[in-house]
Ligand binder design. Structure first.
Ligand code: CDP
Length: 233
């Protein structure tokens, strides 16, 4: 196999399984997986804990002035064989996935200064290549020169059903309607914001996985990566 390493950028709508694909791809090729959404979630958790968000309104200036106090790291967890998100030294992997964080993350992610800080960290993580990163602006802003870009999507109802099953399995009491609303609202905010809106990069390959199994999707993306690597030897 080639030793040439590339950057794989995976963007798409909320809850379409980007992270699952990205993680599996990273394992398959021995690459580093970075879930950029976890970083925006960690900033949101910080803002919630400091009472900087009320009724979905973020106290922008205060949060921006506190950005230097926010330390975000991914630390490998040998037990789960995944990297966990740490906020100022505390493992917040579980907490950032809760619905309260999902309900407040998109307004936080519209703040240009927050994005600049996260993008800088992300670009640093990709310096040596051999990375699979998923998010909303990875192929357009973070790594516009990524060798391979995917844009993943599925219908909002199917995405809500998957997220509902995931949270229910974890024992969180949530309603399907509440999740569907959250997904539609995040799609709206993510796609219409001024700073790095969610959009497909011109050179991204589209993967609509509404009616695909996880295995089928993975086969499809693995084949694309292999093809890409073949031409890079
Ligand atoms: O897991 P899910 O797809 O639902 O969301 P996520 O990837 O954890 O991202 C959470 C939120 O962070 C998104 O709804 C976006 O508002 C924001 N985000 C972003 O703006 N840019 C990124 N590169 C990644 C996430």
């Amino acid at each position: 196999m080639t030793t040439h390493k590339i950057i794989v950028a995976i963007d798409g709508h909320s809850s379409c399984g980007k992270s699952t694909i990205a993680r599996a791809l990273a394992v398959r090729f021995g690459y580093v997986f970075i879930d950029s959404g976890a970083m925006y979630r960690a900033v949101t958790l910080f803002a919630l804990r400091r009472n900087l968000i009320s009724d979905g309104k973020v106290m922008r200036e205060e949060l921006i002035s506190l950005l230097p106090e926010i330390k975000i790291e991914f630390i490998y967890n040998p037990a789960s064989q995944k990297s966990d998100m740490y906020l100022n030294g505390e493992n917040v992997e579980e907490e950032i996935r809760q619905l309260l964080v999902s309900q407040n993350v998109s307004p936080v992610a519209t703040i240009a200064e927050v994005r600049q800080a996260m993008v800088q960290l992300q670009q640093e993580m990709g310096r040596k290549k051999g990375i699979v990163m998923d998010g909303r602006d990875i192929g357009t802003v973070v790594f516009p020169d990524a060798e391979l870009k995917f844009f993943v999507t599925a219908s909002a109802e199917i995405r809500a059903k998957r997220r509902f099953d995931e949270l229910s399995a974890k024992g969180e009491t949530v309603s399907f309607e509440e999740i569907l609303e959250n997904i539609q609202e995040r799609d709206r905010i993510d796609s219409t914001r001024a700073a790095s809106p969610l959009r497909k990069a011109d050179d991204a390959l589209v993967l609509d996985n509404s009616f695909m199994t996880q295995e089928e999707q993975l086969d499809w993306v693995i084949r694309r990566v292999e093809e890409c690597l073949k031409f890079k030897v």
